[in-house]
Design a protein around this ligand. Structure first.
Ligand SMILES: Nc1nc2c(ncn2[C@@H]2O[C@H](COP(=O)(O)OP(=O)(O)OP(=O)(O)O)[C@@H](O)[C@H]2O)c(=O)[nH]1
Ligand SMILES: [Mg+2]
Length: 455
């Protein structure tokens, strides 16, 4: 923390501009050895305004580039230390030379994410906000960027703070019931239970939002399931918008599976086209079918395809039944042909699922299906800032939830307040780890190593 660090903060490659950043006590004095102001002298430099000058190699007595320099004195800077930003031309050769000169003048190369690490250690942001910085930079869509910006501004942190104060309040009320039972300072078990339930509801909603978060960052796996020849590969191609999979009138066309990514309104989905789940008529098919079953059972969701131009069979209904526990959309394909399937009979097997009629061949209703996919498997538009984007956060929220659930259980079983308070108290360290108030070094290293150098 005592070192002054330096790094190129713009992406590698050629660009109109390139920025070298320094942070630490000696940022300005190091800058003075490599930068010469044109008109103003150093004395006149005012905080957060740019001055024009030249990068100068004092050993070789050569100019390297023309540049602007801005000074952000502590604590009103990104890291809360003295920060200097030097905007040069966006040439990798120049930028690397500026860094080299800076190192020669006493700075040290920054590690990945070290500027943000310092912002966190300096108390400028908590760890949720630090994670959001990187999420914002790497956002896959404007929608995710908005969520990350909300978290960067402390939206999620405030919710966690509220959660902590609710938990702490509850613990003190439970403990007051133990110490001052006569004086009415405590809380009746019924009210404690209903408070816990409310807190749990909020936490569980956050945990559930991780699915949406994962859809935004990594993408969810959706298996296209159905019997042979119902049009799975045709649908796969229609959703991808190009002829990726082989389609033919003969059942058993697809044997190996195919996996391709699509993006719907900022969320990613990996579509998996696979062999039809049918009795195999060829030894190779047998293996394909075994793999299909495995993939379908591991998928995050299922597009179940039926041929609407034929009567539903027992095999169709049996298959839907088999994957009933999964989130699913029933797709009645071949809607361009006269319909023979009894849709309500199929829907009755899995009444909570959405269903939609499409023609994969003609492209009818594919846009509506995409929207249904987005609404069913990603949480759709209802979400704003409170989406969990990281497994780390989800796991900690789960630990908090377990502790509170145990507390609730004890309350309901009529255990003394003491025991309940003890269970609820177990949630606190996990809440502390969420915001980074309780620091686990390994976790910190993991978080900041995902950053680029210069951020
Ligand atoms: N009329 C009509 N025919 C379709 C439609 N979708 C697919 N087909 C036809 O149905 C036949 C089978 O299509 P595929 O996409 O290969 O079916 P599949 O489910 O992938 O079949 P397997 O890989 O063998 O399990 C082809 O002749 C397609 O042209 C549709 O919406 N309407
Ligand atoms: Mg196929």
């Amino acid at each position: 923390m005592n070192d002054t660090i330096i790094a190129i903060s713009t992406p590698p490659g050629y660009g109109g501009l390139g920025i070298v950043r320094l942070s630490g006590r000696k940022s300005l004095s190091i800058s003075k050895r490599i930068f010469r102001p044109r008109r103003k002298c150093w004395r006149d430099i005012s905080a957060r305004t740019s001055i024009l000058g030249d990068i100068f190699d004092s050993e070789k007595k050569e100019f390297i580039d023309e540049a602007f320099l801005a000074y952000f004195p502590a604590p009103r800077s990104y890291t809360r230390e003295n920060v200097v930003e030097i905007s040069c031309h966006g040439s990798p050769v120049i930028l690397e030379e500026v860094v080299r000169l800076g190192i020669r003048a006493g700075a040290r190369p920054a590690h990945p994410g070290e500027f943000t690490l310092r912002a966190y250690l300096g108390g400028r942001m908590d760890i949720i906000q630090a994670e959001a910085v990187n999420d914002l930079i790497t956002a896959a869509s404007l929608h995710q960027a908005k969520i990350s910006l909300g978290q960067l501004r402390g939206g999620l942190s405030r919710r966690i703070e509220l959660l902590r104060s609710q938990v702490v309040d509850l613990i003190s009320l439970l403990e007051a019931s133990i110490e001052f039972p006569e004086e009415g300072l405590g809380i009746p078990p019924g009210e404690a239970a209903s408070r816990l339930e409310k807190i749990l509801q909020a936490i569980n909603a956050l945990i559930a939002s991780y699915e949406t978060g994962r859809a935004m960052t990594e993408g969810l796996n959706l298996a296209i399931v159905g019997r042979a020849n119902v049009g799975k590969s045709t649908l796969f191609n229609a959703l991808l918008d190009h002829e990726r999979a082989i389609v033919s009138p003969y059942p058993g066309t697809t044997r190996d599976y195919l996996r391709e990514r699509i993006k719907i309104k900022g969320s990613f989905f990996h579509l998996i086209d696979m062999a039809g789940l049918e009795r195999p008529s060829h030894p190779v098919e047998k293996d394909g079918i075994r793999r299909s079953r495995e993939l379908a059972s591991r998928a995050d969701g299922i597009l179940f395809v039926l041929d609407a131009s034929r009567n539903e069979s027992q095999a169709d209904l049996g298959l839907i039944e088999k994957f009933k526990k999964k989130r699913m959309i029933l797709v009645f394909n071949k809607a361009d042909l006269p319909g023979r399937i009894d849709r309500s009979k199929c829907r009755a097997v899995i009444p909570t699922s959405r269903s939609i009629g499409v023609s994969a061949l003609k492209g009818t209703n594919i846009a509506r299906l995409k929207n249904a996919i987005w609404e069913t498997f990603s949480a759709g538009e209802s979400i704003h800032e409170d989406v969990i984007l990281h497994m780390r956060q989800k796991t900690l929220f789960e630990q908090v939830s377990f502790a509170l659930e145990d507390g609730l259980k004890r309350l309901r079983e009529g255990h003394p307040e003491e025991i309940c308070a003890e269970e609820v108290r177990r949630a606190l360290p996990f809440i502390g780890q969420l915001t980074g108030e309780i620091r686990v070094d390994e976790v910190m290293t993991n978080i900041f190593s995902r950053f680029c150098v210069g951020k």
